[in-house]
Ligand binder design. Sequence first.
Ligand SMILES: [Fe+2]
Length: 365
Amino acid sequence: MRKFNFSMPTKIVFGQDVVKDAGESLALGKKALIVTGKTSARLSGALDDVLSVLPGEYVIFDEVENNPTGENCAQGARLAREEGCDYIIAIGGGSPLDAAKVMAVLAVNDKQPLELYGGWEHKALPIAAIPTTAGTGSEVTPYAVLTLHEEETKKGLGGPDLFPAVAYLDAKYTASLPLQTTIDTAVDALSHLVEGYLSNRATPASDWVALQGIALWGTALPALRQGELSLEAREDLLLASMLGGITIAQTGTTMVHALGYPLTYFHDYPHGRANGVLMASYLEYTRDKAPERVDMVLELLDQPSLQAFRDLMDELFADYVGKLHVPEEAIKAYAAKAAKTKNIAYTLGTPSAEELTKILKDNIL
Ligand SMILES: [Fe+2]
C-alpha cells in the first residue's frame, strides 16, 4: 500500500527575464527587505532587474556572510523591524536565501536565532526568492542552514512557512559565476537529487522529481566537464537544482550532507565540493541496500560503473582532490557527531559512527 504526501507551496516562475516580466507583482507587500550577499546579486544583474521594476519602498541588507550565522541573520531582521518591512526579496546563492528565511522569522518573532530550532509562533514574512547559483534549491525548500559556532557545525532548521511564496528562476543570473563555483554548486544539486532518491523517506512523488532532475543534470554534464556552459546548459542545471530542492523538501538530505558539514565548518571546504568528495563512497555504501536505485543513478548520469562516477568527481574537483588532510582523531569526532543527526536516520542502512569514520577516512585522510 502506498501512502505519502507531497508539499510544494512555492509558486515557480522559470525562464528568461521572469523578474522584469513580473513587474509590480514582484512586490509581496508595502516595503521590501532585499537580502543579498556582497557581490553576486550585483554581478549577476539580478539586483538591477529587481530595482528596475519593483514598486513601493525597499531597503537593502547586503551583508549576508558565506555560511551565515544566526547573529548575521539577526542583523538583517533588526533592519527589517526598524524599517517596517513586511516582505523579503532574497537574491543570491544558498547563503543569502537561507539567511533571508531566518530573517523572515526573526523579524516577527521575539526570539534568539538558536531558539528557532525549537520552533516559532508567528508566521514568517513572505519571501520572493531569486537564485543566482544552480545548486542550493533553497528557493523551493522549507529549510535554512545556519553555521552554529556553539555546536561547531552547520545545522538546518525548517518550518512550512520557510517555503518562499514565489521563486523566480532565470539562468542568466548564473552566467557570471566562476567555473569552479558553477561546478561546486552543481554538485550540491546532484547531491540533493541523489540523496533524496536514496533516502529512506523517498516517496513515489519525490522519486519522479528526483529522477527527472538527475537525468537533466546528466544532460548538462558534458558542458560542465568542458567548462563551457551555454545558456541552455545553465537552464538545465538551474532546473535540476530546483528539482533537487523540491526533492529534499520532501525527503531531507542524508549521509553526504551530514558528513560534509564539518568539512565546511572546520576546513572551509565549499558545501558542494564537500558533498562531491563523499558521494562515490555514499553510492558504494548504498549499493547493497538499494542496488537498482544506485544503478539507475549511474545510468541516468551515463556512468558505466561506480569507479567511473568516482573518476568523474575526481575530474570535477581535480585541483582539490587529495589535498584535504584531516587528523584521524578529528575524523572520528566528525563521524560521531554526524551519526546522531536526522540526516543519518534518513540514510538507507543507518550507518554507524564506525562506518561513517571509514567513509571519511577513505576520502579525506
Ligand atoms: Fe546542499
